[in-house]
Every structure is written in structure tokens, then in C-alpha cells.
Design a protein around this ligand. Structure first.
Ligand SMILES: [Mn+2]
Length: 301
């Protein structure tokens, strides 16, 4: 017997957040999916949502970067974590899909969902939902890894294949932009080159975003191993040569002026970093994205 209903939390994460049992029109909603069943190296991302919530009230509500405060923006809601049964990886995956489908019935184009992982495979669910809502969606993928394998270790829905699964759902008006990728198979890099999806530097990325119409819907999927492991060691598949917070800040500021319709932050494995700094880093990233989801072209709407 699988209870697929999301957990309604007694208390909320982040300053100003309110508990809710499901998506609410015109709002920003946080959803945790603590799944790490296909993690191929070091597990622990299942504890990501709880670790981010645990420190979320201990960081400031005000963002100097965006000049926005969590207490000043319209209310946002924490709709809790999807319930994941103690079962096989395949059964867990199916339960997440069924639970998300229930929630997704309440998600229209006015709902800006911020999903906290969990490993990167969970991105598939919100991304496919937003692809269906926006035929001109730009999917911005920040990650150390291409995630374009056809499958990995027997799982077609592995976190190493998640972007491939997403791109398979693309319509003719959808577009993929990838940045930070520094690890993958030769074939994955050949695919990115032939498709022109991989941008080389932050300036090139910012120029590509600025070239989009201001109201063009953008969805961000952020794998925290985008950052260098020197700054964020608490992730399952760390990769040297990553970016620092200032690069993300420039991207977040750009996204705040755009039509950011949804995002996810995945692959925090908090127990790998005994200092706890990685969870604080991730919480600050999430704060900026909550505020970016409120900003820009939809702020008055
Ligand atoms: Mn990655």
C-alpha cells in the first residue's frame, strides 16, 4: 500500500514560507523529492531537502544581489516532500511519478515550482510538466555532467541520463542551453557540439540569455556539482574545475529579470560534507532562486 500523497509539513522552510498541501495558483511552491536510488557513486541526496530546510531560517531573508526580501515578495508555499516508499528503485521511481502526477494536475502556467532533490533524475518530472505548459520553453542546464547517456547501470531513468530523457520530450519550439559541463563521454560532448547546446563561458551564457525575448519562459535545472567541490563538497559526484558562487549570482540576477517559470536544485548530499557548509551554500542558492522566481517580467502579474 503506497500512500502517494505529499507530506504536509507542520512548519515551513524559509522566512515567510507557508505550508500547503498542493500547488496554489500564482504562487511559488517548494517541493522536496528526496530520492537517490540511481546515484552511481556516493548516495546521500535523499537527505537534501531536509538539510536545506533545516538551515533555511538561519540565513538572511534579504538578498543584496537581487535587492529583494523573502518577507516582501508574494507568499510562497512549501508543499512538503513526496512520500517515497521503502521499496525497490523501480517501485520508488514509479511512486514518485504517480505522486508528482497528482500534484501536477494542480500546476498551471501561473505556478512556479521550485523542486529540491534528491538526485538529478527527479528533474524529469517537473521539466516534462513545464515543457507541456510552454511550447517555447528554454531549458537551462547547469551541471558538471552532460547527463546525456542513454541509461546507466541498467536504469534508463538514471541521473546520468536525465537530460537525454528530457530532450526526448522536446517539441519543435523547445531549446536546451547547457553550461558548466566538464565531464561525460566523448559521444555526449559530440552531441552537445553538434546541437550547439553547450556554451563555453559565463559571458557567452549571459549573452545567450540576454538575446532571448524578455518574456520567453525559462526553466533552470541546477545540479549543485556545477560548483567546484572546493566550495560545495557535499555532492555525490564531485568534479574539479567548477564555478564559484559569483558566477551563479550573475546568472541568477539575469534570470530574475526574465520569465523564470520553474527550477530545481538537485544533488546535495549533506552528510558527505561534515562541516555543514554545503547545505548552507545550497540554501542560499535556493533563496536567490525563490526571489528570482518572484522577480522580472511576471512580478506584477
Ligand atoms: Mn552532475
Amino acid at each position: 500500500m503506497l500512500d502517494k500523497a505529499p507530506v504536509v509539513r507542520d512548519s515551513c522552510c524559509f522566512h515567510g514560507g507557508r505550508a500547503a498541501s498542493g500547488p496554489s495558483r500564482g504562487s511559488v511552491c517548494l517541493l522536496g523529492i528526496g530520492f537517490d536510488g540511481t546515484a552511481c557513486f556516493r548516495k546521500g541526496a535523499a537527505a537534501g531537502p531536509a538539510a536545506i530546510r533545516a538551515v533555511s531560517e538561519d540565513i538572511e531573508s534579504y538578498s543584496p544581489l537581487l535587492d529583494l526580501d523573502l518577507f516582501e515578495v508574494p507568499p510562497f508555499f512549501d508543499i512538503g516532500d513526496l512520500r517515497i516508499p521503502d521499496a525497490s528503485v523501480e517501485e520508488q521511481w514509479q511512486a514518485i511519478g504517480a505522486g508528482f502526477a497528482e500534484l501536477a494536475a494542480g500546476i498551471d502556467a501561473s505556478v512556479r515550482l521550485l523542486t529540491i532533490g534528491g538526485e538529478h533524475s527527479v528533474t524529469f518530472f517537473p521539466v516534462t510538466k513545464y515543457l507541456s505548459l510552454f511550447p517555447d520553453l528554454v531549458l537551462l542546464h547547469l551541471d558538471a555532467h552532460a547527463d546525456l547517456r542513454d541509461g546507466y547501470q541498467g536504469f534508463s531513468f538514471s541521473h546520468a541520463a536525465v537530460m537525454k530523457r528530457c530532450v526526448e520530450r522536446f517539441g519543435p519550439g523547445h531549446r536546451l542551453i547547457q553550461f558548466g559541463i566538464r565531464s561525460g563521454l566523448r559521444e555526449e560532448f559530440a552531441w552537445m557540439r553538434s546541437r550547439g547546446s553547450l556554451v563555453a563561458g559565463a559571458d557567452e551564457l549571459l549573452a545567450a540569455l540576454r538575446a532571448l525575448p524578455r518574456n520567453n519562459p525559462v526553466y533552470l535545472t541546477l545540479d549543485l556539482d556545477f560548483f567546484d567541490p572546493a566550495f560545495l563538497p557535499g555532492t555525490g559526484t564531485p568534479e574539479p574545475g567548477g564555478h564559484d558562487f559569483s558566477v551563479f549570482a550573475a546568472i541568477a540576477a539575469e534570470l530574475a529579470a526574465m520569465n523564470l517559470v520553474g527550477c530545481d536544485v538537485v544533488e546535495l548530499a549533506p552528510d558527505i560534507d561534515p562541516t555543514g557548509n554545503s547545505a548552507v551554500f545550497a540554501a542560499k542558492v535556493v533563496r536567490e532562486l525563490i526571489l528570482a522566481l518572484h522577480g522580472g517580467s511576471h512580478a506584477a502579474g
